[in-house]
Design a protein around this ligand. Structure first.
Ligand code: AMP
Length: 232
């Protein structure tokens, strides 16, 4: 499954929730790259300059990350991509990888959101420097100011949430990632969700959309991912 939406549309939070519910990994290229930058690995050093400007990291670098990640055993039963693919080249390369592996993409979920909500989410966003959990000064405060509820790490704004960088990231989304939506539209793989909602409501809607029935313990009883093409 692929989640696509502009930066700040909440796809990371939803991908984490879905990953827990469906017990399949959440693969965020942004998280992988941030970790690499933090540890100053070769990948991190290569990616850093692009990320600081809000530009995309080159396709070949991203594809290598993805190939390595999905070849791990925890990916055998499927996975959720968040922030990938972001260009037409990445989408085409992913199709090729699936073909080689004899796998099929089930579903692409488009997160639609107004510019007003986006600005609030990005300007208020805080990330735990230790575990990556996200908070927001407008609607998701931690219990103790500046401290992560989950692991006690320090909460900091993301470097690329600065106003000038955000403007560029949104421009990059419009120019380079929107064509990816058309690409999947043509394959009848897309379902759209109104991402202006609160996180809990959005999650409920998302679960209904992908047709996951949940028993009282919160564990999935039945799951299927009906793409629009399969419903028709
Ligand atoms: P994200 O956390 O998904 O917003 O990603 C943060 C930054 O990482 C982006 O602004 C890009 O610089 C880089 N990045 C993440 N995913 C990709 C991708 N699929 N292709 C190119 N660059 C990416």
């Amino acid at each position: 499954m692929i989640l696509i939406g502009p930066p700040g549309s909440g796809k990371g939070t939803q991908a984490r929730l879905l990953s827990k519910r469906l017990k399949i990994p959440h693969i965020s290229t942004g998280d992988i790259l941030r970790e690499a930058v933090k540890n100053q690995t070769q990948l991190g050093q290569e990616a850093q300059a692009y990320m600081e400007k809000g530009e995309l990291v080159p396709d070949n670098v991203i594809i290598e990350i993805i190939k390595e990640r999905i070849s791990r055993p925890d990916c055998e039963k499927g996975y959720i991509f968040d922030g990938f693919p972001r260009t037409l080249t990445q989408a085409r390369m992913l199709d090729r990888i699936f073909k080689e592996k004899n796998k099929e993409l089930d579903l692409v979920i488009q997160f639609k959101i107004t510019d007003e909500s986006l600005t609030k989410r990005l300007s208020g966003r805080l990330i735990c420097s230790k575990c990556g959990a996200d908070y927001n000064l407008y609607f998701k405060l931690p219990r103790v100011e500046g401290i992560c509820d989950r692991c006690g790490g320090n909460l900091l704004p993301r470097q690329d949430d600065k106003k000038s960088v955000v403007t560029n990231r949104l421009k990059v989304f419009k120019n380079q990632t929107k064509p990816v939506l058309n690409y999947y539209q043509k394959q009848s793989k897309i379902k759209t969700i109104d991402a202006d909602k609160k996180s809990e409501n959005l999650n409920q809607e998302l679960l209904q959309l992908i047709n996951v029935e949940v028993n009282p313990n919160g564990l999935p009883e039945k799951q299927s991912f009906p793409a629009e093409s399969k419903e028709e």
